[in-house]
Ligand binder design. Structure first.
Ligand SMILES: [Zn+2]
Length: 386
């Protein structure tokens, strides 16, 4: 049986992949006595900078999908819902307070929710992003649940390093350390024919090596990056109108890129049409819509990361860093932005982080991006920053 999402996300993490696959296999072989120690652990701590949150989502799919996780282009309802953040048994949590991390009531809510039986899937999965921001109080509230978990609950905590998580929490989890991604290996495996600079840029923007390749191959997503660069490069403050229409263009292209994939599917289906019942046809239509919107969402998340990587380069440049920039083709833009000052750049990065969070939930991505570009306009061209 293939576990495509897990294999794709963990392509650069063979040890983690082997470990998780063993657990899933053991779990499957062990169905009668479920909850046994050999199978899936009740709590994981995925630690590392690279892709831990993507890996957590891929594992969640493997746990709730009837097929053990579908390939991305051919998703079942369960997998698609996990991607959309709408699966009733897969909850993704992130700290609500920027300064204090997780709020106590967030943790209480999760604990009482975890006590309920799953709605659709065989188990419930809680992905706890930035578990290093669980403070002592929140952590204490969680301890008992981690110690005596319900048999059908799996917690996946994510943190940049195992040490950054409180010891009381860490000791109750199976710690899964991700190795730092070796960019040169990833780059060379990913792209023959691309320059190392372009590969580096794409890897910083996309969620995985596979996605980085798709990012570079997509004319729509490249055009989006060009437009963003042009917007940021404007010597005078851009008008509100240009901020708003940039957002509209990005969304329109993301949609066009997503629909491009759909056209192929339509041609394929025509020949089968007469064999399909109305329900089956509807199911195929629905699946295509979900797949398109997942692609659209990814393209927009990448657009926000384009802004983010450029701002990071500018921040590094203003600090006099000698590291190679992520956007080697935008040095002029980067040094122009670096002169706007650290405060402005940090505030602008904060707006990007907010936009990324909202994109995951929002049904109106164009609004999220419009807010982002309007606030970038205010932050990066404010009179005092000149
Ligand atoms: Zn599936």
């Amino acid at each position: 049986m293939t576990r495509a999402p897990l294999q794709e996300v963990l392509a650069g993490q063979p040890r983690v992949l082997a470990y998780l696959e063993r657990s899933l296999d053991a779990e499957r072989a062990d169905v009668p006595s479920r909850g046994g120690a050999r199978g899936i652990s009740h709590a994981y701590l995925f630690s590392g900078n690279a892709i831990v949150e993507d890996a957590a989502l891929a594992l969640a799919k493997a746990l709730v999908c009837p097929l053990g996780g579908c390939p991305e282009d051919d998703q079942c309802v369960q997998c698609a819902r996990v991607d959309h953040g709408s699966h009733p048994d897969v909850k993704v949590l992130e700290p609500l307070s920027a300064t204090r991390g997780y709020l106590l009531e967030q943790v209480h809510e999760m604990i009482s929710d975890a006590a309920l039986t799953p709605i659709e899937a065989p188990r419930k999965v809680y992905i706890v992003k930035e578990a290093d921001t669980l403070g002592v109080q929140a952590a204490n509230a969680l301890l008992k649940t981690l110690e005596e978990p319900a048999a059908d609950v799996v917690f996946i905590l994510c943190a940049p390093s195992a040490d950054s998580v409180l010891q009381t929490i860490r000791s109750r989890c199976s710690v899964v350390p991700f190795s730092a991604v070796d960019p040169s290996a990833a780059e060379s495996a990913l792209l023959s024919g691309e320059t190392p600079e372009r590969a580096r840029m794409a890897l910083a923007i996309a969620a995985s090596a596979q996605q980085a390749k798709r990012f570079l191959e997509s004319t729509e997503r490249q055009a989006n990056r060009d437009d963003i660069r042009a917007f940021l490069a404007s010597p005078e403050a851009p008008s509100d109108w240009s901020a708003l229409s940039l957002a509209e263009n990005l969304v329109a292209r993301a949609r066009a890129g997503a629909a491009g994939g759909e056209v192929l599917g339509d041609e394929e289906d025509d020949s089968l049409d007469e064999f399909l019942t109305r329900t089956a046809r509807q199911a195929i239509e629905d699946r295509k819509k979900r797949a398109a919107s997942a692609t659209e969402r990814r393209a927009l998340a990448e657009a926000v990361r384009v802004v983010e990587t450029i701002l990071r380069d500018a921040l590094a440049c203003s600090a006099g860093s000698s590291e190679a920039p992520l956007n080697a083709d935008a040095t002029e833009l980067v040094s122009a932005l670096a002169s706007r000052g650290r405060e402005s750049l940090l505030a602008a990065l904060d707006s990007c982080a907010r936009a990324s969070r909202h994109l995951n939930r929002s049904t109106t991505p164009v609004l999220v991006l419009q807010v982002l570009f309007l606030s970038l306009k205010e932050l990066l061209w404010q009179p005092s920053a000149r």
